[in-house]
Design a protein around this ligand. Structure first.
Ligand code: PEP
Ligand code: MG
Length: 566
């Protein structure tokens, strides 16, 4: 038996086979072939398809984001046509009698290394482009999308790290648990695990010595683990590989007990979220995908308080069209049958990266080009999303919320764009309705001007994940800083209270949709502050309801005041 200790991001126990997920190796197997010429023909066909895709991307980008940003696709086309690359692929196929996938991956690696070693900065940067091109070719050859992993049964995924774009593309029915060597508990991959309600561990490397790290994190990523029985006890933060019979029995029993506890909570379904002294709370679910709706409904969500719409973009290889988005938002609105569905507009950037956005590398991406800043800078992308949202709004109670606001002028600018979109839809005779408009309060600047902001919108939703990051000056992606990332810091809690007060003074409601909202140790404090709504991962709804039902807020407020003053 082997054990690994990590940081739990969502509790529970998972038992199943381990799958060691490796980004670079995922689809590329070296296979001997009988007829190399057939493989070369496959390669040529894939090259043609990839060239066509790049041309389409170029034309689309030219229209939407201008020539300078579109130029990258031209560069990719030129590199794809490069005789040297093609020669190398053909040569590998012919001399080694191997499949086209392997030849593309090998040529891609060789060329990327060659560029990376060049003196000239511009040429060095082409290394990433070569990787991009070979990945595109591999996808065409394999006829599958990036990030997917192939598994016929549910598995425990063990990986070095997982990007949100990879996690979101995994078939959720096939994932029992995640265990990653790196990764922060505050990253979006961790948040996705919580939304999916699966036990997960990150940062297994934290307690390891340099020697262990060199050996693929103490063997965590070695092929030896593939297919072995694993148990993730995310309550204790441990992954067991091939646990002994006695221990396995004990863990199976714990899993059973966990399930029984969950079932007990299900008896609270259908109850109103109201305290002993009559204070009501809206208890909504956070989702990243229309597939998460089942979990939201199963856990009796009163609505959707945060639909992270950027995951629609992360799942795709090109900008989702208005029709594609409309169909997703309509499904969510209809499924929630009149309950409020708050859809957050595109919050791309920082750890949520989409290749096709072609964003320049940044020194400080968390403080960089992201979220509403991109939308205001590239209004065409923003307008496409707003059109889809306003059209879908006819089919249910959609509300729209804008992320990363820092200033009143941004909200006014958004309103101008919203008005333009409404005018355009009206002119075109397209059915739509204007949803409620809210903003996320997730920067200290927004907190400080929240009274002014409250005059402009219908509601606030406090994003404590980013609010903690920006208030405490701690990169939420950096696992080394997890111990310093303290959302219970008085500065954060006082900010929440201030935002709620300012919202109420202007007659609007305020909720919390960051992960702190699910912290049951604070539920009574949030009630005492007058928080109107909590939006949490679906699995956290019923445990919070239990606390709400047992709380006398007037009584607790006395205790809370004393604590706040001390
Ligand atoms: C937040 O910052 O609290 C939030 C809900 O948004 P995200 O975690 O997606 O940045
Ligand atoms: Mg945020």
């Amino acid at each position: 038996m082997k054990t690994y200790q990590g940081k739990s991001v969502f509790g529970g126990i998972a038992i199943g086979k381990i799958h060691v997920y490796k980004k670079d190796e995922k689809q590329v197997k070296r296979e001997k072939v009988e007829n190399p010429e057939e493989e070369i023909a496959r390669y040529m066909k894939a090259k043609e398809t990839a060239g066509g895709q790049l041309q389409q991307l170029y034309e689309k980008a030219l229209k939407e984001v201008g020539e300078a940003n579109a130029a990258i696709f031209e560069v990719h086309q030129m590199m794809l046509e490069d005789g040297g690359f093609q020669e190398s692929v053909e040569n590998i196929i012919r001399t080694q009698k191997v499949n086209a996938e392997y030849a593309v991956a090998s040529a891609g690696d060789n060329f990327a290394q060659m560029f990376a070693a060049m003196e000239d900065e511009y040429m060095r940067a082409r290394s990433a482009d070569i990787k991009d091109i070979s990945e595109r070719l591999l996808k065409v050859l394999g006829n599958e999308s990036a990030g997917g992993f192939l598994s016929s049964e549910p598995v425990i995924i063990v990986a070095k790290d997982l990007a949100p774009s990879e996690t979101v593309q995994m078939d959720k029915d096939k994932v029992l648990s995640f265990v990653t060597a790196l990764g922060s508990a505050n990253s979006h991959t961790a948040i996705l695990a919580r939304t999916m309600g699966i036990p997960a561990l990150v940062n297994v490397a934290a307690g390891m010595s340099g020697e262990d790290e060199k050996k693929e994190y103490g063997g965590l990523l070695s092929d030896e683990l593939e297919g072995k029985l694993g148990v993730v006890d995310a309550n204790a933060g441990i992954l067991y590989v091939e646990p002994e019979t006695e221990l396995l029995k004990e863990l199976e029993k714990k899993k059973q007990e966990d399930m029984e506890k969950k079932e007990l909570l299900l008896t609270l379904k259908g109850r109103e979220n109201v305290t002993l002294d009559g204070q009501k709370l809206m208890l909504y679910a956070n989702i990243g995908n229309s597939k998460d709706l089942g979990l939201a409904l199963q856990n009796d969500a009163g609505g959707i308080g945060l639909f992270r719409s950027e995951f629609i973009y992360l799942e795709k290889e090109d900008y989702p069209t208005e029709e594609e988005q409309f169909s997703i938002y309509k499904t969510v609105a209809e499924t929630m049958a009149g309950k409020r569905v708050i859809i957050r507009t595109l919050d791309i950037g920082a750890d949520k990266k989409c290749d096709y956005f072609n964003m320049e590398p940044e020194e400080n991406p968390a403080l960089g080009y992201r979220a509403i800043r991109i939308c205001l800078d590239r209004p065409q992308i923003f307008k496409t999303q707003l059109r889809a949202l306003f059209r879908a709004s006819v089919y249910g109670k959609i509300a729209v919320m804008y992320p990363m606001i820092t200033s009143v002028w941004e909200v006014r600018k958004i309103k101008e764009i919203v008005a333009e979109v409404c005018d355009e839809l009206k002119e075109q005779g397209i059915d739509f309705s204007l949803p409620e408009q809210g903003i996320m309060i997730e920067t200290p600047a927004a907190v400080m001007v929240s009274r002014e902001l409250a005059k402009e919108v219908d509601f606030f939703s406090i994003g404590t994940n980013d609010l903690t990051q920006y208030t405490l000056a701690i990169d939420r992606q950096n696992p080394r800083l997890d111990a310093f990332y303290d959302p219970h810091h008085p500065a954060v809690l006082r900010m929440i209270e201030m935002v709620v007060d300012n919202a109420h003074k202007e007659g609007i409601w305020a909720g919390i949709c960051g992960e702190l909202g699910a912290d049951t140790g604070l539920t009574r404090d949030f009630l005492a502050m007058g928080v109107d709504e909590l939006s949490v991962s679906p699995g956290s709804i019923l445990p919070i309801r239990k606390i709400v039902l047992e709380t006398d807020v007037k009584e607790y407020r006395k205790e809370y005041r004393k604590m706040a003053e001390s």
